[in-house]
Design a protein around this ligand. Structure first.
Ligand code: NAD
Length: 352
């Protein structure tokens, strides 16, 4: 009979509760306890029949727990993960795994020392929009890709809680940046060679409330990531150009299309048009004489449960972790290069 792993959740706010309520989709992981400093959060957990603790040291003494998920504000991830591994627990942290590469190295060292599995919940690797773009890139549906624009845009600012405080690991780079950089690094098997960022401080000076980041990969792909929180008209979620076409995904519902050039017919509709106060052939829109439109490829989107299934198999030595600490280290180094770029107002050469 296969073992079931008991889960303890540290931090039972928005995301801690999300882990709990999604566990009924996971075969061999059973949520049993919560630790939160807020009584209201503990009351909520108790109403679901979970055991509760008000302090990290207390939940770590609970011998029934095998896996700890850390879903607190970001600055607690590192010390709590190390304590948990020292106490014999396997650890999943929410993203970002921590707030610096130095902290992450300590966490990796602890996972080796105590022989515990450490991973970070990069759940957006299972987003349907991302998987669709990855398939278009992998299958060369628009030929070799030379530029990717990945954007998330909203108008509600950053929540005015711990996310607005630097000491808590706030700011959009550590919040959404970590997801979108992880997707970028996972999309191309190539090192990043240059990092350039411009951060936004529309409503907050202490932390960034948005940014535009440009990553240049060694394979030549220029990958732009825009995270805006003060924007009322959104640009497409994805815009990807290859040598044989372009792909667009407009929104989370995966509305979008692919347009391919028809080989040998590139100049069939090359007619100058009146544009503004002038004339242009270069920018003239194409017609179906030279291009052909395709639907986006079909993707099975509900694979997120694979994250926990793989984690359990990794504990049992049957699979490698899908989200490795070494991958989190690459993401962290890109974010650190971005902060350096902002501070020094220049692009940063890297080999990440
Ligand atoms: P939240 O503010 O809603 O919840 C945080 C909870 O942690 C609160 O209940 C708070 O009382 C508790 N807490 C604070 N300090 C604590 C401590 N020292 N010990 C125990 N509990 C403590 O925040 P959230 O939105 O749930 O974010 C939590 C984590 O999840 C963050 O790291 C965030 O980046 C991440 N997150 C991930 C995703 C995702 O899609 N993967 C989405 C949202 C948030």
């Amino acid at each position: 009979m296969k073992k079931t792993y008991n889960l303890g959740i540290v931090g039972y706010g928005g995301m801690g509760k999300w882990h709990h309520l999604n566990m009924d989709r996971i075969d061999r992981v059973n949520p049993v306890a919560v630790c939160d400093i807020a009584k209201s959060a503990r009351d909520r957990a108790e109403s679901y029949g979970l055991k509760t603790y008000d302090n990290i040291n207390k939940i770590l003494k609970d011998d029934s727990i095998d896996i700890i998920v850390i879903a607190t504000p970001n600055h607690f991830h590192c010390p709590y993960a190390i304590k948990a591994m020292q106490a014999g627990k396997h650890v999943i942290t929410e993203k970002p795994i921590t707030t610096s590469s130095a902290n992450l190295q300590k966490m990796i060292d602890a996972s080796v020392l105590y022989d515990r599995k450490l991973s970070v919940h990069q759940n957006r690797r299972w987003d349907k929009d991302y998987l669709t773009i990855k398939k278009i890139v992998d299958d060369k549906m628009i030929g070799d890709v030379f530029t990717v624009s990945s954007r998330v845009m909203g108008s509600r600012g950053i929540p005015g809680d711990w996310r607005a405080k630097k000491a808590f690991g706030g700011g959009m780079m550590l919040d959404w940046g970590v997801h979108l950089i992880d997707q970028a690094l996972h999309m191309f098997n190539s090192p990043v060679r240059e990092v350039y960022v411009r951060m936004q401080h529309v409503h907050y000076s202490e932390v960034d409330d948005g940014f535009s980041l440009v990553l240049t990969f060694e394979n030549g792909v220029v990958y732009t990531i825009d995270v805006f929180t003060s924007c009322y008209i959104n640009l497409p979620r994805w815009h990807v150009c290859g040598y044989e076409g372009t792909a667009v995904i407009n929104d989370w519902s995966c509305d979008g299309k692919i347009v391919n050039i028809q080989k040998g017919k590139e100049n069939e509709d090359a007619t100058p048009i009146e544009a503004g106060a002038g004339l242009t052939k270069t920018m003239a829109p194409r017609t179906d004489k030279s291009t052909v439109e395709h639907s986006l490829p079909h993707i099975e989107c509900d694979e997120w449960v694979e994250y926990y299934g793989n984690y359990v198999n990794a504990i049992e030595g049957k699979e490698e972790l899908l989200v490795q600490p070494s991958e989190a280290m690459r993401v962290m180094r890109v974010m650190e290069a971005a902060f350096k770029s902002e501070k020094q107002n220049r692009s940063i050469n890297v080999n990440i």
